[in-house]
Design a protein around this ligand. Structure first.
Ligand code: TXA
Ligand code: MG
Length: 318
């Protein structure tokens, strides 16, 4: 059931979470499938609803830094990042505190916890509940992440009973994941906070972890974010039975062949493009479309996260 955001709806979400139920909540990045991080049955319910491999750890969402300190050890560099970028689309991987009230399923047995402070109504709900809420993107494993309540309903039909609708997610791609180790900063997943912004702030380059270091961020599986249609990235032309995901002012060859066309950002704005990405891929995933041709997208700013998601959507499927 989709429920419009209101004070009553927020209270209801908090009550359901406290009872160990799953609810779908909006964040500034994508919609999340939320559960009480201390409740093992609820956390297991997330894996079941998503059809997600159990080794894939989840992000704990907190209301502020003080709440984070209940769960993780915050080093000097991470503290600066928190100060600068929370609340917002930055997840930090930090050492889990001994005895923290986080069910072991959350971090899949790792000694670390991915933690973030989202913006908006989600943070209010964490505050009201008074403890961390885990939430992966509210889609079935391997599918597109949802940026609207309706996309969640389409994908998770029958698997969730409460979807809090706060409209479209302003950022549109998942959070950037960073891990600090001995003052070195590693990028585990590009996302809604541009890498350049973090690098500028820290005055150092982020070390990009090779995909093969998958165990560091097991969610970084090769084929992910896939619509039903095949995805052809950096397309130079449009072929028969293809839809076109365009970017910017100029079209590739034979754009007129496209069964449908959507432009991520006619003006070339990376932020607008990120916000539209998952929604447009879903809209172009039509019954008579064999593949979605995607125009080349520059990789500055949020373009890095956009291209990361596109490469995964285009990867060979199992
Ligand atoms: O924007 C977001 O981050 C959204 C919203 C709902 O908050 N959440 C999200 O969660 O994208 P999910 O579960 O789809 O992605 C979590 C990522 C995965 O790539 C996972 O492997 C990684 O975080 N991760 C979680 N815990 C980790 C840990 N301890 N060490 C390394 N990576 C971790
Ligand atoms: Mg996801």
């Amino acid at each position: 059931m989709i429920v419009q955001q209101s004070q009553k709806a927020v209270k209801e979400a908090v009550a359901l979470l406290a009872e160990g139920k799953l609810v779908v909540l909006p964040t500034e990045t994508v919609y999340g499938l939320a559960a009480d991080a201390a409740n093992g049955e609820a956390v297991a319910g997330i894996f079941a609803a998503k059809g997600r491999p159990h080794f894939n750890p989840l992000i704990a969402h907190v209301a502020n830094r003080a709440m984070a300190e209940n769960y993780v050890e915050i080093d000097r560099v991470s503290a600066r990042l928190i100060e600068a970028f929370w609340p917002g689309p930055l997840t930090l991987v930090l050492p889990l505190k001994q005895g923290a009230a986080i069910h072991p399923l959350v971090s899949a047995g790792l000694p670390t916890l991915a933690i973030r402070n989202p913006k908006g109504v989600f943070a209010d709900i964490v505050s009201l509940l008074g403890r961390a809420i885990v939430a992966p993107s509210a889609n079935r494993s391997g599918r597109l992440s949802p940026t609207s309540a309706q996309s969640v309903a389409d994908d998770l039909e029958g698997r969730v009973s409460f979807i809090l609708d706060a409209g479209a997610c302003p950022v549109g791609v998942e959070s950037t994941i960073v891990k600090i180790d001995a003052d070195k900063a590693f990028l585990l997943r590009p996302g809604g906070l541009a890498t350049e912004e973090i690098e500028k702030f820290l005055g150092q380059k982020l070390i990009r972890l090779d995909q093969r270091a998958a165990i560091e961020a097991p969610g970084m599986m090769r084929s992910h974010y896939a619509p039903q249609a095949r995805v052809r990235i950096n397309a130079q032309d449009v072929r028969e039975n293809e839809a076109l995901l365009a970017f910017g002012a100029e079209r590739i060859a034979h754009a007129e062949r496209a069964k449908a066309t959507l432009n991520l950002s006619p003006g070339g704005d990376m932020q607008e493009a990120a916000a539209n990405l998952f929604d447009f891929m879903k809209k172009l995933d039509l019954a008579d479309v064999q593949a979605i041709a995607v125009e080349p997208i520059p990789s500055h700013g949020l373009g890095e996260a956009i291209n990361d998601r596109l490469v995964r959507a285009a990867a060979p499927r199992d």
